[in-house]
Design a protein around this ligand. Structure first.
Ligand SMILES: NC(=O)c1ccc[n+]([C@@H]2O[C@H](COP(=O)([O-])OP(=O)(O)OC[C@H]3O[C@@H](n4cnc5c(N)ncnc54)[C@H](O)[C@@H]3O)[C@@H](O)[C@H]2O)c1
Ligand SMILES: CC(C)[C@H](C(=O)O)[C@@H](O)C(=O)O
Ligand SMILES: [Mg+2]
Length: 346
């Protein structure tokens, strides 16, 4: 295991800086003395865009390649046209660094409020494909701005891309106690892509006889995520469906403020990037209201990815203990970060 972590830190926009500061605080508290943490901060986001017109240059990409991992707060700001930073920075980086496994765990911890009735058992992982689907920018517009405008946004699904993420999801299901994998798609309507996903899923399933499998249409999946989330163990799904169901998954398992994610490049060819599922939350930015827990849990995913399992587990235990005792009195972003850092260090 490397005893040095060379981390790229991208606070980004809105609440990004606030939550990343707390994430780094907890990271420092979790690391043993002999692990040297080197961080380099990058100023990607709205400010840089307004100053230079750039979102992510070739030079930036080369520099980012030199890091062991990336910690991102969030990107996106009302002062920048929608999509410019999301596509020009975030998706560009996910694609260039081949982050094809977008890992989004959901666990309802004891004592944590959920809008669902009772206290259902929620402990599942969504493996969201991260480089294909309707996200690739394959589309166009004709007769723009006229009453006869036509817009297309093509969903790209390759056998190569689907197979590698499905295989990853099977391996993750195999490693979990329940060993269950659910394919979520919409193969009754999106027949071409749905056929490819279903076929690949069924083929790869033959290599994992211990894994129980099922299939659910994405619309029905939103029902079960609310009425029977305990049925899920690992879910594999395409990029857009995964985006949508993981916000819903967050909402039922403690809220968007505690939902973590990893954009993983499993081969290690490029650094993986860890970030909260949420965005830059301009509605609460700069007010100390953002919950940094999602970022802290993303730091735990980052540590696990780099081989620091004990440190990752300690962060998760600290979060579980803190959430269990939170009560209703509101705390600031910094107060939550401090409390977590103390628990982790203690
Ligand atoms: N990975 C990313 O960088 C990322 C992810 C999602 C959205 N975005 C971008 O962020 C901007 C805002 O998007 P949005 O409003 O659709 O989604 P959002 O996730 O930023 O906010 C949705 C709601 O959740 C709340 N929220 C989010 N994070 C929270 C936290 N840590 N603690 C407490 N409440 C929190 C917000 O206040 C808001 O009410 C847009 O520009 C969007 O494109 C970026
Ligand atoms: C901001 C946007 C590009 C992004 C996505 O759709 O993947 C976000 O919603 C997320 O969930 O990380
Ligand atoms: Mg999203």
């Amino acid at each position: 295991m490397s005893r040095r972590i060379n981390l790229a830190v991208i606070p980004g926009d809105g609440i990004g800086q606030e939550v990343v500061t707390q994430g780094l605080k907890v990271l420092r508290a979790a690391l043993p003395q002999d692990v040297k943490l080197e961080t380099q901060e990058y100023d990607f986001g709205a400010k840089r865009y307004h100053a230079t017109g750039e979102t992510l240059t070739d030079t930036d990409v080369e520099q980012l390649k030199g890091h062991d991992a990336i910690l991102l707060g969030a990107i996106g700001d009302p002062s920048v046209p929608s999509g410019v930073l999301e596509r020009g920075f975030l998706l560009k980086l996910r694609f260039l660094f081949d982050h094809h496994v977008n890992l989004r765990p959901s666990k309802l911890l004891p004592g944590v409020a959920t809008p669902l009735a009772g206290q259902p058992e929620i402990d599942f992982v969504v493996v969201r494909e991260g480089t294909e689907g309707p996200y690739t920018g394959n589309g166009g517009t004709i007769r723009k701005g006229t009453p006869h405008e036509v817009a297309t946004e093509v969903s790209v699904n390759t056998a190569f891309g689907v197979e590698r993420v499905v295989r990853d999801a099977f391996a993750r299901a195999q490693a979990r106690p329940r060993k269950k994998l659910t394919l979520v798609h919409k193969n009754n309507v999106l027949a071409f892509a749905g056929h490819l996903w279903t076929n690949v899923f069924n083929e790869v399933a033959k290599e994992f006889p211990e894994v129980t499998t099922d299939y659910i249409h994405v619309d029905a999946a939103t029902i079960y995520l609310v009425t029977d989330p305990g049925r899920f163990d690992v879910i594999v799904t395409d990029n857009l469906f995964g985006d949508i169901i993981t916000d819903l998954a967050a909402a039922v398992s403690g809220g968007i403020g505690v939902a973590a994610s990893g954009n993983i490049n499993p081969s290690g060819e490029f650094p993986s990037m860890f970030e909260p599922v949420h965005g830059s939350a301009p509605d609460i930015a700069g007010q100390g209201k953002a919950d940094p827990t999602a970022t802290v849990l993303s730091v735990a995913l980052l540590l696990r990815h780099l081989g620091y399992e004990a440190e990752a587990a300690r962060i998760e235990e600290a979060v579980a203990a803190d959430l269990g005792e939170r009560g209703t009195a509101p705390r600031t972003t910094e107060e939550i970060g401090d409390a977590l850092a103390v628990r982790v260090a203690g």
